[in-house]
Design a protein around this ligand. Structure first.
Ligand code: FES
Length: 93
């Protein structure tokens, strides 16, 4: 895997995805972070990586609010909670 794919990061974030703690590099989108966690599968998914296919749609919970977002366009942040994932991500994680 290309070591520069995830950019210049100093630390790993912890993101909860469907109850599972996943570490991913800071300063990356959520989908790129999932690729970091599952490098053998996520790169081969049906993802456009540019916001047009919606195959990466996830639900992010912030307090009592839940929002549907595209994992390829939203930056991951420490403590983020993902409570629902697309079928394509589920198939690959
Ligand atoms: S990968 Fe296509 S919209 Fe995110």
């Amino acid at each position: 895997m290309d070591g520069n794919l995830f950019g210049d990061y100093q630390k790993l974030l912890r993101v909860e995805v469907m109850g599972r703690q996943i570490e991913m590099p800071e300063r990356n989108t959520l989908l790129r972070g999932l690729q970091f966690a599952a490098p053998d599968t996520i790169p081969y998914g049906r993802f456009c990586w540019n916001g047009s296919c919606n195959n990466c749609t996830v639900t992010v919970r912030d307090g009592s609010c839940e929002s549907k977002v595209q994992a390829c366009t939203m930056d991951a942040c420490d403590g983020m909670r993902v409570t629902a994932i697309s079928g394509e991500i589920r198939r690959l994680l």
